[in-house]
Write a protein that binds this ligand. Sequence first.
Ligand code: ZN
Length: 248
Amino acid sequence: MSWLYTGAMSLNVTPSSALLLFSGGQDSASCLAWALNRYDRVETIGFEYGQRHEVEMRARLDVRRRMAALDPEWARRLGDDHVVDLTGYGMLAESALTADRAIEMDTSGLPSTFVPGRNLVFLTVASALAYRRGHSVMVGGMCETDFSGYPDCRRETLDALQASLTLGLECEMTIETPLMALTKAQTWELAQALGGDRLVELIRIYTHTCYRGDRDALHVWGYGCGDCPACELREAGWHAWQSMGANP
Ligand code: ZN
């Protein structure tokens, strides 16, 4: 087993391409900008798993197109988009995100929006595509700071999965999580640094985060119902960033 890790460590080459888990939300859009700055080719993957709102799937194509329009180099680097049907998994892992249940805390302290094993499933499925398409890096917007306590967002979980995938595929597979240690305010700051005011405005208006799929009202922090956990987090992050002296 150890030779695999030794082999991986000796690969002293910066990977030139990556596969990004892209939902069309604020976090994965920020990760897309990060990846487009870093890799020569970036492909995106999204998952249909029975979300109550198709708005998320529409947002991701819109954000991709508008991101490419911001910078000719980003346009050149942005590769194919892939959508994988995981509705069977969604039915299995039914929760408030995929069924008509109220968003609340359950007895284990996790919000009912928790979809058991979601990131493990997404990354494992994505690794099959990454393997076929020649990517040794996957990028995801998981974050363990401002988040709702999802255990599959922890870096520790992803380190274990990364080791499993590297062994199971018998080739190095790295999971990059550029937002892992960032607060939502710092994620806005990152977007500002990567793409300036135009990227911040793109993310504010065109990304979608709201669990309820609400796009009726545009708030200063973007569209959403304003009172689901995702909206509350996004709103709080925006205001925290503003109070840090942001200048969008
Ligand atoms: Zn909402």
